[in-house]
Design a protein around this ligand. Structure first.
Ligand code: C5P
Length: 193
């Protein structure tokens, strides 16, 4: 990103382009105080959104991580909320970058009251969330570009390539989450595109 910014200094190479970027981990409510989440900090998606904005793009950031920016930010919580926003906005966009870590599952029932602590184990039944990028990959227009991310702990290239094909997207960014220096929450990253 730094390289792009440096080489594009003063050049608005994304002027006139509309880009929707997602960042951070979705939160799937269990009850009014608890949720199932993940370790995504949102740094990658927010850095991409800042970079795209700085070279002229009309950016829309959709994220569960609050941040104040000059471009439009829509705060969401769950995967379903993220999906709703993306599906209503994507038609107007030239590109989508899904840097968010979307929860693959959500509790079937969200308790309206805080679940009471008892002296026994509890079971939370989960159901599958929709794969947002895959739905859009299937229905996108020819002129729209979709970029996905692939956090891998093994067989990085192979797994990322499989996702690229399965989700019918244009580009995939794969990174090795087992390397602590470039893992979750880190300011540095090393990826294969
Ligand atoms: O299959 P996997 O979850 O590893 O794929 C990662 C890519 O798919 C990311 O770009 C992520 O944002 C997207 N994704 C999605 N909806 C899901 C799960 C992942 O759009 N339910």
């Amino acid at each position: 990103i730094k390289t792009i910014l440096k080489s594009d200094e003063g050049v608005k190479s994304l002027a006139g382009k509309k880009i929707l970027i997602t960042a951070g981990g979705t939160r799937e409510s269990i009850d009014p105080v608890r949720y199932i989440g993940n370790k995504s900090s949102g740094k990658m998606g927010i850095a991409l959104a800042d970079a795209a904005y700085s070279i002229g793009a009309n950016v829309l950031l959709v994220s569960p991580v609050p941040c104040e920016r000059k471009y439009k930010v829509i705060l969401v919580e769950s995967a379903q909320e993220m999906q709703e926003v993306i599906e209503s906005e994507f038609d107007k966009e030239d590109a989508l970058i899904m840097a968010a870590a979307v929860s693959d599952f959500r509790p079937i029932n969200i308790s309206r009251q805080k679940i009471k602590k008892k002296n026994e184990d509890i079971t939370i039944e989960l159901t599958k969330n929709p794969d947002i990028i895959e739905i859009l990959g299937r229905t996108k227009r020819e002129d729209q570009i979709i970029i996905g991310f692939s956090a891998e702990s093994e067989e990085i290239e192979k797994n990322a390539l499989e996702k690229l094909t399965k989700k019918k997207i244009d580009l995939i960014v794969a990174n090795d989450i087992t390397v602590p220096e470039i893992g979750f929450g880190s300011d540095e990253n090393a990826v294969i595109i």
